[in-house]
Design a protein around this ligand. Structure first.
Ligand code: FAD
Ligand code: AMP
Length: 486
């Protein structure tokens, strides 16, 4: 295979596997190197997203939401259920089956597209006559024997990211966990601590809260969900704290210690609260969710003269080209939001560039989603960003509490907020906090890609009754305050 490849992709997460598939569709001979092994020791494709990220977390969010619905909300529909219980083992088994179905689906797609799946760790050896030589070892551990060397004129680095840990806080993924352990608790912890109130902390904290844990989230920043529109962040704060998530902002963790032995082990967290006062929190399990860091360990970037930036990311231009001609990098290992669909789009972009096409990504049109209940999703600029830019805008907001479908579903919390240019009515940002916000936001992303005005959405017929009517009403409100049902 060594001399016949057009492209080597390192990493088979959503960035790498999609890049490999698109390149193969475009006629390239592609090999994809992937080292991931699942807990059963099997080599699997799909990366963080399929194995320990998007897919398993959404499976647990769905299971835990059903449980909470049964316990808290079925009564509203006149349905009584006594003695509802959660079988955590079965819930985890369902999640694992979904993961397995998805990862074997990628293996099928690799076969179908004649992509060579090279199992092991890839490391640049050197530039050679065929382009770039990459050594493959078992797992990438220091000193491992090289099993084979592949060469190709083009390489896409799609090595993704791993959980960032805090200095002095050892993650054993049993009692102190990152995302990997937190997706696999064998029992529901009575008290759960979470460090970091970002996307992962909120989603995983919500899973275990719904199943019965008393959850406390410690967040270092003084502001909640700073990346979201401030109106949405305020609404989310109200709803999540009412649901029972205890969130402490401005909390500085000083030390974490494990107390006791065996099953009765506890975690003690010493921290300073927002006023600088010393506090203690004792929990049965702790999730450390303080962000993610790019995976470049053992990649041998030096061998081809490539350096990371000060935060460890591989610098790239708007087309994901690195400083080394022929080497591209995509997904979590480069700048931009750490989102699977962003990684996928960059994979398609690079494959099409290599085939001589001229694709483009508008990063402003990439939707962000947090899969809490209600979900939070947005695309484009927030109100605070527009204010900082000094751009004049018109807001239009409409609540789900005035939508018949939302009331029927028992999901009437939240709103859609559309920010349109004050002069041209062009949509600049759309913010949704609601059930199914992840699906609703797709309409806004399409509209923004087409540079639609708020009036464009307001004039499009939307199905009744549906949650999407709220998008239309918010658009009408932004256009000239003419929401119809308000
Ligand atoms: P990854 O998925 O990290 O894949 C990189 C792959 O490269 C891995 O399989 C790794 O084994 C392999 N690799 C690394 N180095 C080497 C090497 N030297 N040789 C061979 N192989 C190598 N995003 C969303 O958009 N929606 C969500 O709902 C969402 N939920 C998430 C929930 C959790 C708990 C987590 C942790 C993340 C979530 N994300 C979500 C983020 C999403 O998972 C990432 O943005 C996405 O996986 C990035 O894709 P990637 O291809 O860049 O990297
Ligand atoms: P995300 O990047 O969405 O995964 O979010 C990570 C969150 O963790 C952010 O809200 C950070 O402010 C927060 N965070 C980072 N470091 C710490 C820390 N040492 N203590 C508490 N929160 C932190």
């Amino acid at each position: 295979m060594a001399n016949s490849l057009d492209l080597i992709v390192i990493g088979a997460g959503p960035g790498g596997y999609i890049a490999a598939i698109r390149a193969a569709q475009l006629g390239m001979r592609v090999a994809c190197i992937e080292k991931w092994r699942n807990p059963a020791g099997e080599n699997v494709l799909g990366g963080t997203c399929l194995n320990v990220g998007c897919i398993p977390s959404k499976a647990l969010l769905a299971s835990s939401e059903h449980f909470e619905q049964v316990r808290e909300h079925f009564g509203d529909h006149g349905i009584s259920v006594s003695d509802a219980r959660i079988d955590v083992g079965r819930m985890l088994g369902r999640k694992d089956q979904i993961v397995s179905k998805m990862t074997s689906g990628i293996a099928y797609l690799f076969k179908k597209n004649k992509i060579a799946w090279v199992k092991g760790h890839g490391r640049f050896r050197a530039r050679d006559t065929a382009g770039f030589a990459i050594d493959i070892t078992g797992h990438g551990a220091e000193g491992e024997a090289v099993r084979e060397t592949l060469s190709a004129p083009r390489v896409i680095i799609a090595t993704g990211s791993k959980a960032r840990h805090l200095r002095g806080i050892e993650v054993d993924n049993e009692i102190v966990c990152d995302n990997e352990g937190a997706l696999n608790f064998a029992t529901v912890p009575e008290r759960l601590g979470v460090i970091g109130s970002g996307v992962i902390g909120l989603e995983l904290g919500s899973v275990w809260r719904r199943l019965g844990s008393q959850v406390t989230i410690l967040e270092a920043l003084p502001e909640f969900l700073g990346a979201a529109d401030s109106g949405v962040a305020r609404e989310a704060w109200k709803i999540f704290t009412r649901q029972g998530l205890a969130i402490e902002l401005g909390a500085r963790v000083d030390a974490v210690a494990i107390k006791g032995r065996g099953a009765s082990r506890k975690v003690r967290i010493d921290y300073q609260d927002a006023k600088g006062e010393a506090r203690k929190l004792e929990v049965d399990r702790l999730i450390v969710s303080v962000g993610r860091q790019p995976n470049t360990d053992g990649l041998g970037l030096d061998a081809i003269g490539l350096a990371c930036d000060e935060r460890g990311f591989i610098p790239v231009d708007a087309h994901c080209a690195t400083a080394v001609d022929g080497v591209y990098a995509i997904g979590d290992v480069v700048r931009g939001p750490m989102l699977a669909h962003k990684a996928e789009d960059e994979g398609v972009l690079v494959a099409e560039i290599l085939a001589g096409q001229k694709p483009h990504i508008d990063y402003n049109c990439i939707p962000w989603v947090i899969y809490t209940a209600p979900e939070i999703a947005w695309v484009g600029k927030t109100e605070q960003q527009l204010k900082a830019e000094g751009r004049a805008f018109k807001p239009g907001q409409f609540p789900f509490s005035a939508n018949g479908r939302a009331l029927g579903m028992g999901s009437a919390e939240g709103f859609v907020k559309i920010l349109a240019d004050a002069a041209t009515d062009e949509i600049l940002g759309v913010h949704v906090i609601a059930a199914a916000a992840s699906d609703l936001i797709a309409e806004a992303a399409v509209a923004m890609e087409f540079r639609a005005s708020a009036e464009d959405i307001g004039r499009v017929c939307h199905p009744h009754p549906s949650l999407s009517e709220v998008m239309r009403e918010a658009a009408l409100a932004a256009t000239d305050k003419r929401a119809l049902n308000m």
